[in-house]
Design a protein around this ligand. Structure first.
Ligand SMILES: Nc1ncnc2c1ncn2[C@@H]1O[C@H](COP(=O)(O)OP(=O)(O)OP(=O)(O)O)[C@@H](O)[C@H]1O
Ligand SMILES: [Mg+2]
Length: 101
């Protein structure tokens, strides 16, 4: 005899679970930005709590949006224009970099 067992909400690598409230906040910020109101959202949390995963999930569901990425490390804080050069390089990968770059 076989029995059906409900699978756990998250199994294996790559499944994303929960965070509906945080995703709704990010989606609301994106909607406001599309209406012409620029937004800045800060995501804070302990190491490993799921900040990057939340952003990846949000980015997957964004439609017709250009995404540029940069990361910051305290050890790099003395590098001049470090974050800006990451942003420019990321924009160039999308084929949408500043003219002349
Ligand atoms: N909502 C989620 N559903 C399923 N797995 C998740 C979720 N959030 C995080 N994880 C898993 O937890 C682990 C840590 O997540 P993540 O790397 O996003 O954390 P983080 O907050 O960005 O960490 P750090 O502070 O080190 O940058 C990863 O293996 C990721 O797959
Ligand atoms: Mg992270």
């Amino acid at each position: 005899m076989t029995s059906e067992r409900k699978l756990p909400a998250a199994t294996g690598r790559g499944m994303f679970v929960g965070r509906s409230r945080e995703l709704a906040l990010l989606e609301a910020a994106a909607a406001a930005a599309r209406r012409g109101q620029p937004q800045v959202v800060s995501i804070e949390g302990e190491a490993g709590i799921g900040k990057s995963s939340l952003l990846e999930r949000f980015a997957q569901e964004l439609e017709s949006a250009g995404i540029v990425r940069a990361s910051g490390d305290e050890a790099e804080s003395l590098l001049p224009y470090a974050v800006i050069s990451q942003l420019v390089a990321s924009a160039r990968e999308m084929g949408d970099g500043p003219p002349g770059c």
